[in-house]
Design a protein around this ligand. Structure first.
Ligand SMILES: *Cc1c(COP(=O)(O)O)cnc(C)c1O
Length: 384
């Protein structure tokens, strides 16, 4: 298949391509500069350690954190596991209550479920029909034995941005740890862990034009977690294992680029997203946008095409790379649990598609996508 025949990629929330500038920054560390950052006795180790230190600054800077508060991991799944299991193992003897949200990523929900088997008691807050929770829900759920609140910054399926600053401040007042899975938010909206009183924050390189398999956990100074990987006591004992130097360098550069381009990209992507959204909503009957219209990432839209079969629609949109939140089990296709939590009936949840745009999406891509979707939906609805 030639390059031009490949579908238009509108699935940036699943993963982003590596930015060429990020790859360029990684190349020396994949070739001649192969040292182990923990080698203290020669140049190879020193230069690797220095590259990691620079990356640590770049990651810290996009969060308003300090270098010592950044722990490199294999990605956001591991960061979420370390945050929740690490806090529970360190402090769960006296505090076993965790508050989270029904629309979190599975890396948080499944970790909570795991901890329930070890005695944790978890409250799963339900969002409103826009996908948002309100700070009062968190306040009302607090107990004297609440250990931690975990609320994602921005949702991967519908893009809604939770009231993080308000939740952070009430957790701080209550003396409860506040973790946020900010994997979809970093580089897309400005984040300041001080202002938002965030104690723990997860991020991943491959959602912001960096490589797959590397991420970080921000751990506020003074917070103790129990390591989930024991070994050589890398990362101040919080995450043992030889550092992935090329990946970490790439993550650092990806953060620096995203931070530099954030404002401009945000405006550009909001316009493209709105063009796509408005054209579909205005031209097609029985369509609706899922999730809050303004408290939302600039590049995500989730649209229900009423009356259509989601699987058929996805298969028919062969010129686009898009997705829905459905999970295939052996017996059937389960509609997105996120959309169901918003109160969508099964058929509408099934008939929904997420379009997520990104750095390499052009207005030409969006025009082609609109034309293709309008044609395919009309064809299916006319029974052709
Ligand atoms: C992609 C994603 C993850 C998982 O990140 P990995 O680095 O792939 O493990 C976690 N949370 C959210 C919100 C995500 O979008």
């Amino acid at each position: 298949m030639s390059a031009s025949a490949r579908p238009i990629y509108l699935d940036y929330n699943a993963t982003t391509p590596l930015d060429q500038r990020v790859l360029d920054s990684m190349m020396p560390w994949l070739t001649g500069n192969f040292g182990n950052a923990a080698s203290r006795t020669h140049l190879y180790g020193w230069e690797a350690a220095e590259a990691v230190a620079t990356a640590r600054q770049q990651v810290a800077r996009i969060l308003g954190a300090t270098e010592k508060e950044i722990v490199f991991t294999s990605g956001a799944t591991e960061s979420n596991n370390l945050a929740l299991k690490g806090a529970f193992e360190a402090l769960g003897a006296s505090r076993k209550h965790i508050i989270t949200v029904a629309t979190e990523h599975k890396a948080v929900l499944d970790t909570c479920q795991h901890l329930e088997a070890f005695g944790a008691e978890v409250t799963y807050l339900l969002p409103d029909s826009d996908g948002l929770i309100c700070p009062e829900q968190v306040q009302d759920a607090l107990r004297p034995d609440t250990l931690l609140v975990s609320v994602m910054y921005a949702n991967n399926e519908i893009g809604v941005i939770q009231p993080i600053i308000e939740i952070g401040s009430l957790c701080r007042k209550a003396g409860v740890l506040f973790h946020t899975d900010a994997t979809q938010a970093v580089g897309k909206v400005p984040i300041d862990v001080q202002h938002a009183a965030i104690d723990l924050l997860s991020l991943s390189a491959h959602k912001l034009y960096g490589p797959k398999g590397v991420g970080a956990l921000y751990v506020r100074k003074g917070i103790s977690l129990t390591a989930q990987l024991d070994g050589g006591r890398h990362e101040r004992g919080l995450r043992s294992g030889t550092l992935n130097v090329p990946g970490i360098v790439g993550l650092g550069v990806a953060c620096a680029l995203a931070q530099k381009e954030l404002a401009k990209e945000s405006t550009r992507l909001t316009e493209l997203r709105n063009t796509l959204e408005n054209n579909l909503i205005n031209s097609l009957l029985n369509t609706q946008i899922n999730g809050h219209r303004t408290q939302r990432l600039p590049q995500t839209t989730n649209i229900s095409f009423g009356g259509l079969d989601g699987e058929e629609l996805l298969m028919s949109l062969h010129r686009l790379a898009v997705s829905n939140g459905s999970a295939c089990t052996s017996a059937s296709v389960e509609p997105s649990f996120v959309l169901k939590a918003l109160g969508l009936p099964d058929d509408l949840a099934h008939a929904s598609i997420r379009f997520s745009l990104g750095r390499f999406t052009t207005s030409e891509d969006i025009d082609l996508a609109i034309g293709h979707i309008l044609e395919v939906v009309s064809r299916i609805r006319n029974g052709a």
